[in-house]
Structures are given as structure tokens and as C-alpha cells.
Design a protein around this ligand. Structure first.
Ligand SMILES: [Zn+2]
Length: 307
């Protein structure tokens, strides 16, 4: 198989929770008059968020976000950008006990994004992921981490400014690495305690970047901590927003230099080397891979496609 042909076999569909059609139009955040006019524009899109859930129609197999959920009462909001040339806002109805009653046109129902994301059109999942990350951050930065004063949103919800000491607080994204560890054609996959036992998932290893650490160093440290395997070359593959609550998953391929697995039982239930045949025969062997919309699955499929 030629190199070019191998590349052609790699999946190219966008990862879930990404949306490159959304124009974040950051310059409009600086213009309160433009934001006020856009909020009053009857064709603006409004997404309704309530206590970690979004207003949708349909169910997990075929869901659509509701984009006319303008609030009838005052609610914290964030300007997400322009989509199909229309301004997109998300309103946080969490202070209201009955969020449907706080809408100008109540319809649909609220659902957790992770539960329905696979049934949404891909770009909608990306817009909701952006809204979730921003509104979750805003709700948890009501008070200043410097002086304890009250914070108020500015720049269309993208900054929380302290009313006492004027410190500006910005949305945070926590980088996490996720890596397909391989030695020649064998893959090292593990089972975290967080995975449900009955599904018998085996997935790529992952972990958070610590202050002062490069991404490559995080990959090597996490692999050694979790399974005791030394890693050499590390190469970047792709990334996936993971606003549950505030991560960015940075996907890597990592070449193992050693074979022996020494499991950290606090982190992992199990970890094993798998051949490509094991993966192909996983149903007969009684284990599963992570869901198709995950970057973990993408890293595994990309690796198998290059063999
Ligand atoms: Zn302050």
C-alpha cells in the first residue's frame, strides 16, 4: 500500500463538538451597541441552557437544538458568534425553577448535551459545546479569585470583571492529552475505573497537563504513571473540544520503547496490548472500543488505517 493510499483511508469526518462554520466574530464582543441591536434582532438564534442541559426537540437518536429560545426574562447570556450570517446567543436560565416559563416561545425539552450529542447534526453539537463551555465558566466565576469581590460579565459574556479590583477573568480551557500508544503494530489500550464494567471498554490512555509541562512530557509521564511503559517519539494527530466541563483533548500517537505493563490500580482497572486482529475480532473476544464520536476511537482508527 502506498503512503498516499494509506492517507486516503483515514477518516476525515469532523470530530463531534467541533464547528468550523461558526464565525466567532470576536470584534463584535467589543461593541455593546452592536450586541444590543443583535439581541433585539428577531432573527437572531437563541440557545437555552439550564443547569447543564440544553433545549432540544427530538431524542438521542435524532435531536435538533432549538434556536428560537429567546428569553422573556432577564438571563445571563453569551454571544457565540455568527452562524449562517445570523448572530447566535446562549441564555442561561439556571436561576429559574421552570426554564420553559422563562422563554418567549416555550417548546421542546431540556436534555444533557452528552446524552443527545450523537443524534444532533454535527455543527449543532459544536455550537452547543461552545455555549456549554462559556456558560459553565461564567456561572462559576461570579466572584473574583483575587479579592473575593463580585464579578460582572463584559464583552458579550466572554470576560468576567471584578467590580471591586477590576481584574478581568477569562474563560479557561484545561488541556488534556489522549494518546494511542503502540509498539510496531500492537496497540496499548486500557480500561479506566470510570468506564462502566458491563461494557468492557478498552480505550486510549489520557491525562491532564500540569503547569510547566510540555504536551510531549505529559504524554510520557501519564503513560509511565498509568501502565509503567516508556514512550519515545510522540506526534500530534488531532484535537477535540470536551467542555465537560472545560477540557480540550489533544490527541497524540506515541511509540512505546518497552513492553512490560505495570498497572497503577488506582487509575486503571486493566491494560493490555492488542493486535490489529484482536481489534477486528473484539466482539468475539468480548470487549468494546470507545464510541465512534470520540477522539479515542479516531486515534485507534487512524492508527489501524496506516498499517
Ligand atoms: Zn477582585
Amino acid at each position: 500500500m502506498s503512503v498516499n493510499h494509506m492517507r486516503d483511508t483515514q477518516p476525515t469526518r469532523p470530530l463531534l463538538y467541533t464547528n468550523e462554520e461558526l464565525d466567532r466574530a470576536g470584534h463584535h464582543r467589543e461593541d455593546p451597541d452592536w450586541i444590543a441591536a443583535a439581541r433585539a434582532n428577531p432573527s437572531a438564534y437563541w440557545i437555552a441552557y439550564w443547569r447543564g442541559q440544553f433545549l432540544i426537540e427530538g431524542d438521542a437518536s435524532a435531536a435538533r437544538a432549538v434556536f428560537d429560545a429567546a428569553p422573556s426574562l432577564s438571563a445571563p447570556f453569551v454571544f457565540l458568534g455568527l452562524w449562517h450570517n445570523q448572530p447566535v446567543f446562549a441564555a442561561d436560565l439556571s436561576p429559574h425553577a421552570d426554564p420553559l416559563a422563562a422563554l418567549a416561545r416555550p417548546h421542546g425539552h431540556f436534555a444533557e448535551l452528552r446524552a443527545i450529542a450523537g443524534g444532533l447534526p454535527g455543527p449543532e453539537a459544536g455550537v452547543l459545546a461552545t455555549a456549554r463551555g462559556l456558560l459553565w465558566w461564567q456561572a462559576r466565576h461570579q466572584f473574583c479569585g483575587v479579592c473575593g469581590g463580585a464579578c460582572m460579565p463584559e464583552r458579550a459574556g466572554h470576560v468576567m470583571r471584578c467590580t471591586a479590583c477590576a481584574t478581568e477573568h477569562f474563560p479557561r480551557t484545561d488541556p488534556a492529552v489522549i494518546m494511542l500508544v503502540h509498539r510496531e503494530d500492537r496497540l496499548l489500550l486500557g480500561q479506566s475505573h470510570k468506564f462502566p464494567v458491563d461494557r468492557n471498554f478498552f480505550s486510549t490512555l489520557a491525562g491532564f497537563v500540569e503547569p510547566g509541562e510540555s504536551l510531549e512530557a505529559t504524554v510520557r509521564r501519564e503513560v509511565f504513571e498509568e501502565v509503567g511503559v516508556h514512550v519515545g517519539h510522540v506526534s500530534y494527530e488531532a484535537s477535540q473540544p470536551w467542555p465537560f466541563p472545560a477540557s480540550l483533548m489533544l490527541g497524540f500517537r506515541a511509540e512505546a520503547l518497552t513492553d512490560n505493563i505495570t498497572l497503577d490500580p488506582n487509575e486503571m482497572r486493566a491494560a493490555r496490548w492488542f493486535t490489529p486482529d484482536d481489534i477486528a475480532n473484539r466482539h468475539a473476544l468480548g470487549f468494546n472500543l470507545p464510541p465512534r464520536d470520540s477522539i479515542a476511537r479516531r486515534l485507534i482508527e487512524n492508527f489501524l488505517a496506516t498499517l
